[in-house]
Design a protein around this ligand. Structure first.
Ligand SMILES: [Zn+2]
Length: 358
């Protein structure tokens, strides 16, 4: 059923996630770094300050008018709240510099699941969500992102190379599972706090086959992603699963987590993805963030957006945006072109075709 042409951004996103045909394809932006840069705020400080995070998101939304806001602080909130040392920069994303489990997986017994309401920077992201919900209310769909997924948080806690080696050797299976179990409890508690703060949905960043073999994804990562999704996803609070890189070999398993939204990037076989997801999940993405960062000609952005629309929009279940985080200094003109192209070529007919193709 087609809905009225006066939908708000929030209604437009909700309709898609509920497998209905909206007036046009909604647009999301993975722009937590770009918002801060665009607002002229010092990035290192703003990513740790809920009021500044909200101010940056609001400023960006007022100028660009996208349908879905993605609120997070640089995908380090959980690791930092668990006790890792994080370095923030004014000209790039933050990074985890000290790993709380560096000395050994068995240190997991000393960790406690942080209280998101009192532990920064989780508490600051919650503050940002509260401000945005108060200012924008029902007009926009606000995703309070529950940061890293189980494997990604385990990597951050243990140290990247160390955890990759732990997985390759697999000499301490019980401890590996204990760490992943801890990570899911951290993520679940954080996502539920984001919901309490008023977020309309959440997301988690899974580890895909750019790092794990498909077998390891199935046996070690996916069961924990599934547990997270099952614990927090509700009809009125959708939980998205984000996996970068080529997710083609694991699409069915991603769907099997029960996530109503899968965030996929351009490296995935999108024709295949559309088939596998049909009737089960909404595809969010897949425009290459690097293309949006480097394009000097609006035609290049328009072509990428039109190609994605014509392949993925028919029949609904599609939210267009970058498949992964935008660079902080992505040219604003390219983002305007992305949104204008969707407003022009993403209009639906009542039965879910794109109107310019009918
Ligand atoms: Zn990504």
């Amino acid at each position: 059923m087609a809905l009225s042409r006066t939908m708000t951004s929030r209604e437009r996103c909700q309709a898609v996630i509920r497998h209905q045909i909206p007036d046009r394809v909604p647009v999301d932006l993975h722009n937590f770094l770009a918002t801060v840069h665009y607002a002229g705020l010092p990035m290192a400080r703003a990513l740790q300050d809920g009021e500044l995070l909200a101010e940056a998101q609001l400023r960006f939304w007022k100028d660009f008018g996208h349908d879905m806001l993605m609120v997070e602080n640089g995908v380090v909130a959980e690791a930092q709240a668990c006790g890792c040392g994080v370095e923030y920069f004014d000209d790039g994303p933050p990074r985890v510099a000290q790993h709380i489990l560096a000395e050994g997986l068995d240190r997991i017994d000393q960790l406690e699941v942080p209280d998101p309401f009192t532990t920064p920077p989780m508490s600051e992201v919650l503050k940002a969500v509260r401000i945005l919900v108060r200012e924008l209310g029902d007009r926009v769909f606000i995703v309070g992102r529950a940061d890293q997924g189980p494997g990604a948080l385990a990597l951050a806690l243990r140290g990247y190379e160390r955890f990759v080696l732990d997985l390759a050797l697999f000499e301490q299976p019980e401890l590996i599972h204990k760490v992943l179990d801890f990570c899911v409890r951290v993520q679940t508690r954080y996502a539920l706090a984001l919901r309490e703060a008023g977020a309309h949905g959440t997301a988690t960043g899974g580890l895909g086959v750019s790092l794990l073999s498909p077998e390891l994804y199935r046996s070690v990562e996916q069961p924990y992603e599934r547990r997270f999704i099952q614990a927090v996803n509700q009809p009125d609070f959708p939980a998205a699963l984000h996996i970068c890189g080529d997710a083609t070999p694991i699409l069915a398993e991603m769907v099997a987590t029960g996530a109503p939204i899968l965030e996929l990037d351009y490296k995935t076989d999108l024709r295949r993805a559309k088939e596998v997801l049909r009737g089960k999940a909404t595809l969010l993405g897949p425009v290459n963030p690097e293309l949006l960062w480097r394009a000097t000609n609006p035609g290049e952005v328009e072509d990428a957006a039109r190609e994605a629309l014509e392949l993925l929009a028919p029949g609904g279940e599609f939210i267009l945006g970058p498949g992964c985080a935008l660079g902080y200094d992505t040219p604003p003109d390219n983002i305007h072109t992305l949104i204008e192209t969707t407003c022009k070529y993403g209009i639906y007919t009542q039965n879910g075709h794109l109107s310019h193709l009918v």
